[in-house]
Structure formats: structure tokens, C-alpha cells
Design a protein around this ligand. Structure first.
Ligand code: 3PG
Ligand code: MG
Length: 393
């Protein structure tokens, strides 16, 4: 379980209280078009709650990783436009982050009106957690709500600063995420099956340790599987292997609770028209690399998942963006959707896979957080949650 955080109802809100809301609007963009507005839609319950209380709402978020200076490629303009459509009211975007101009717009908001300031990471003080920048942000509101679950693992100014100065609470999304992921940390129904994929095992060693302490079986897919296969002494061809993690993976395999692929789909290049082969995981030919789990592995994993009472899945099984390497991820997604137990998909690529493949509605909880969801499972808390609990103290 995760320690409780202050909720929206704990805030004393009056008509026209100005509320600074930190959201995570870090959405995938291509040529200024939003590919997936999941994170924008996920912020609506908090915005609607504040609107019903006749507050005026000042939204802030990061988008991408600009380097502490304005960069039009990372403007929140497409987000403000999409949010205006979803809310059915204009969301004015201030071209400035914190400062005189933004404060001016904030002060002119009528009850129920919503504005957004430009990308927080256009300001150098956001990522460096500069107290002066945090103070400027606090001038935009009389109260603060953190609804940015996906960024709650970042000790940045907009996450850590305002709770020290303004009456603060977690928003609806933040609370729902903490509840859903917290269930996995309490006494999850058994068997508890965790499925991990993605590129690098080095990024996941902490969460693997945390999961092995809680789950019954851990199923491994994605490129990180090849470091485990190398640890078994198998030839992995040109597959991605983190040589300095092989020993650690061997120790993890000794627990006897980790399953690794028995067959894989390989190719010489990573593209949609590449020639592919289906081979045993023990003998990947030289010059070929593994890009998806094979059908036998996918079937075994699907069986484990179907028998589970609790499932956590984070990270795709292969390069699912390319059709020749999508089948493993699709089989796992379908199995998680069909599972009658409590199912959670960690954010990032596996969450976008289940949405793209149409399985999201059949999953108990699809997280908006990638790194944040893993860090919450690993450490049981996040800097953004701690900041809210400490509050003005
Ligand atoms: C995410 O997309 O994982 C969050 O928005 C955090 O973004 P960051 O990894 O750039 O801090
Ligand atoms: Mg991420």
C-alpha cells in the first residue's frame, strides 16, 4: 500500500479560487499532430471537478525534453487546442511559462475558465528544481493540484515546489493511479504474474527485484530477454545484449521464478519488409537479431496470464510498431484483456500497444505513467507524493 495523500476534497475551494494544476500532457506528437490524447483525456475529471466548484484553472505541463529554452517543436499549442475541444471551451495558451504575462492572464480568468502556460521545460529552473522558478509558478495560483502521475517521479520545480507554499492536493488521476498500482503492493490475489518487456534489462533490475519479492512468476520478453538468454549460455546472434548484466541475470534465473522465451522471431534488419525467421531461442543464427517472442513462448505466456488472479504488464514483447514483430505483444495484450483477474498495464509503450490494439477497455487499469509506475512499484513512493504529504509543514 502507498501512504495516503491529500485529496481534492481536502482543499478549501471558493468561487474563483485560482488553482494551479500540474498535469502530464507529455503526449506523442508527429508534425504537430497528437497521436494519442490519452493523457489529455485522463486530466478531465480533475478539471471538471474544479470547474464545478467555479474555480479558475491554470494548467501547466512539460512536453518532450527541450533543453531549458523555448523550442517551437515542443509547444503545448496542440495540447491546448485538443483540450479546448474536449472541454467545449477555449483554453488560452500563454506563450510564456511563469512571469508577468502569464500572471496577467491568470488574474483575468472568470470562474470556470481554463488557461495553460507554455511548456515548463522551456524554463531552465524546472528540471533543476530552482526555488525562484517554483516561487514564480506559485504566483499563478491560490492552491495547487498535482495530477501529473506520469511525472511524479521527477523532483522538478513544478512537482516539489508548490506544495511547500500553497494549499495542495493530488488530483483525481493521481489518486486513481496510486490506488490501482498500490493494490499490487498490498496483498494482491494469487497467483500474481508479472510480465516485463522493453529494451534494456539495466533499466529494470530494481523493479525485477521488487517484483520477485511479490509475484509468483515473472515472464520476460522484449529485447531485455536476450541478456537472460545469453546468461543461459545460448547463442543470441546480433540481438541486443547488455554484457555487463549477464551475471546479474544468471542470479535472477537461479530464483526459478523467471520464464524466458523458448522461441523468437528474428530478422537481419529492423523494418516492416525485412525477411523474418522463426527459430528456437537456443540457436539464433549469426547476423540475425531477435525482434519478437515466438508463437510457442507467446502461447505459454498467455496460459500463465489466463490462470493469474493478478497481472502487471510493463513493456512490449517485441518491436510491435512493425507488423512482422507485433504478434507476441498482441497475444500477450489479448491474454491480459481476457484474464478475469485484476490486471494492470504500466504506461509507456505497452499502454499505447493495448490502446492501439483495442484492448484497453478490458484491462482493470491502464496507467498513464511509464517510469513513474515502475518507480512506484519499486520504491513504494514517489517524490511528488511525498511533497503533497509534507505540504506546508
Ligand atoms: C513520461 O512520458 O514518461 C513522463 O511524461 C515523464 O517524462 P520524462 O521521462 O521526460 O521526465
Ligand atoms: Mg517515458
Amino acid at each position: 500500500m502507498v501512504d495516503p495523500i491529500p485529496q481534492l476534497e481536502d482543499l478549501q475551494l471558493r468561487k474563483s479560487t485560482r488553482v494551479l494544476v500540474r498535469a502530464d500532457f507529455n503526449v506523442p506528437l508527429h508534425d504537430g499532430m497528437i497521436d494519442d490524447d490519452f493523457r489529455i483525456a485522463a486530466a478531465l475529471p480533475t478539471i471538471q471537478y474544479l470547474r464545478d466548484k467555479h474555480c479558475s484553472i491554470v494548467l501547466c505541463s512539460h512536453l518532450g525534453r527541450p533543453k531549458g529554452a523555448p523550442d517551437p517543436k515542443y509547444s503545448l499549442a496542440p495540447v491546448a487546442a485538443r483540450l479546448s475541444e474536449l472541454l467545449g471551451q477555449n483554453v488560452e495558451l500563454s506563450p510564456e511559462v511563469a512571469g508577468f504575462h502569464s500572471v496577467g492572464i491568470a488574474q483575468s480568468l472568470a470562474p470556470g475558465e481554463v488557461m495553460m502556460i507554455e511548456n515548463l521545460r522551456f524554463a531552465p529552473g524546472e528540471e533543476s528544481c530552482d526555488p525562484a522558478f517554483a516561487t514564480n509558478l506559485c504566483e499563478l495560483g491560490d492552491a495547487y493540484v498535482n495530477d501529473a502521475f506520469g511525472a511524479a517521479h521527477r523532483s522538478h520545480a513544478s512537482i516539489i515546489g508548490p506544495p511547500r507554499v500553497l494549499p495542495s492536493a493530488g488530483g483525481r488521476l493521481l489518486a486513481a493511479e496510486v490506488d490501482a498500482l498500490g493494490r499490487l503492493l498490498g496483498e494482491p490475489a494469487r497467483p500474481f504474474v508479472a510480465v516485463l518487456g522493453g529494451a534494456k534489462v539495466s533499466d529494470k533490475l530494481g523493479v525485477i527485484d521488487a517484483l520477485l519479492a511479490r509475484c509468483d512468476t515473472l515472464l520476460i520478453g522484449g529485447a531485455m530477454a536476450f541478456t537472460f538468454l545469453a546468461a543461459q549460455g545460448y547463442a543470441v546472434g546480433d540481438s541486443l545484449v547488455e554484457a555487463d548484466r549477464v551475471d546479474h541475470c544468471r542470479e535472477l534465473l537461479d530464483t526459478g521464478r523467471i520464464r524466458i522465451p523458448s522461441d523468437v522471431v528474428v530478422a537481419r534488419e529492423i523494418n516492416a519488409t525485412a525477411e523474418t525467421r522463426h527459430v528456437a531461442a537456443t540457436s539464433i543464427p549469426t547476423g540475425w537479431k531477435g525482434l519478437d517472442i515466438g508463437p510457442e513462448t507467446a502461447g505459454t505466456y498467455a496460459d500463465e496470464i489466463s490462470r493469474a488472479a493478478t497481472v502487471l504488464w510493463n513493456g512490449p514483447m517485441g518491436v510491435f510498431e512493425l507488423e512482422p514483430f507485433a504478434a507476441g505483444t498482441r497475444t500477450v495484450a489479448e491474454a491480459v484483456a481476457d484474464c478475469r483477474g485484476y490486471t494492470v498495464v504500466g504506461g509507456g509503450d505497452s499502454a499505447s500497444a493495448v490502446r492501439q490494439m483495442g484492448f484497453a477497455d478490458d484491462i482493470s487499469h491502464v496507467s498513464t505513467g511509464g517510469g513513474a509506475s515502475l518507480e512506484l512499484i519499486e520504491l513504494g513512493d514517489l517524490p511528488g507524493l511525498e511533497a503533497l504529504r509534507k505540504g506546508l509543514a
